[in-house]
Design a protein around this ligand. Sequence first.
Ligand code: AMP
Ligand code: ZN
Length: 115
Amino acid sequence: MNCIFCKIRDGEIPSEKVYEDDDVFIIKDIDPKAEKHYLMIPKRHYKLIGDMTDGDAAALMRGIRKIPSLAESLGLTGGYRIIVNQGDDAGQTVFHLHIHIIGGQILDFPDLKKR
Ligand code: AMP
Ligand code: ZN
């Protein structure tokens, strides 16, 4: 399978890993869209929310619940936003489910226009 996040998980592609446990790992996004921009990536490969098993859901929620305890080391003490892009309309580019964690600044709400 030619998946960039599986390759990062397996150490075949370098990344700036800031956290890892049995369920998930967190890396710095290579193209940050905010002062702080991380990706929480489940270790098991699946594409979309709709592909998750109950076990995947539990694992991902365990990961999300770790974020508050990591906030200081990640520079997110002022708050943060989590985003999960799903499919083409959302601009998803990597089809291994991941959660964007952004912060380190005041975050405007996305200025969306009908297109
Ligand atoms: P999405 O568009 O929601 O699928 O998000 C994919 C994200 O992965 C983008 O924000 C990219 O900047 C990021 N990305 C792609 N390749 C890498 C990489 N090798 N290391 C870290 N982040 C990456
Ligand atoms: Zn993958």
